[in-house]
Design a protein around this ligand. Sequence first.
Ligand code: URA
Length: 265
Amino acid sequence: MSLSRNQMLDEMGLSPQWVLREQPALERGEASAPVIIPAASPGSKPALSVETQASLAQYGPERAQQIAGLGWDQLRHSIADCRACGLCAQRKQTVPGVGDERAGWLFIGEGPGAEEDARGEPFVGVAGKLLDAMLAAIDLKRGNDVYIANAVKCRPPGNRTPEASEMDACAPYLKRQIALIEPRLIVLLGRAAVHALLGEVGSLASLRGKPLAYRDGKNEIPVIVTYHPAYLLRTLSDKAKAWEDLCRARALMRQISREQAASPG
Ligand code: URA
């Protein structure tokens, strides 16, 4: 059954009177240059745990370089066989990501939960239902110009937050996904996703609304930071802020599309 946009907004806990406001220039990312956080900025990376150091020693420092050269099929196989951190021990299966492999929109969450572990697809549980509603509220749909991935591809036991070393071990996969997708905009859902992609650069609250970008080689991809759907299910009072972030993301994407149309190639 497909829901109307107003029903989706209701589902998100937002009444239909929420409409897209004209964004101030700063929020549109026009007033100042974005804060560029390089893909591998020295100093922003968490210290590697003993397990990750052991895994790097076992798999060699070339692992990231090797992953950086994989195509989609090879990447999926590599993820399915991965034993680079302890999360492989209890997984039912890996959860690489889902959606349009050339999507304009890339949403990044934390890591699979029990349902995702069972089904092999990200965000299919309760938090996923809210994510689908959030997407629908800005006229997006899973798989349709949208790709959904996680910071880690295996379920952390008990749905705990992935450790820095686990995100570090999985980072080459996320970075390769970004390089293959070449999204026009990345939306980071929650602190773990921020940490995985940008490093320890500040609290989620301090990053919301800031012009941020992720650098992938020569490409600078704008980044929007917002709350994780599971957090929003527990903290209803922050849903309105998430809605602001989504509106900001949509305005930014429209701006990017206009700019790309004006300067093709
Ligand atoms: N939470 C996440 O961060 N990712 C999922 O895939 C499911 C729940």
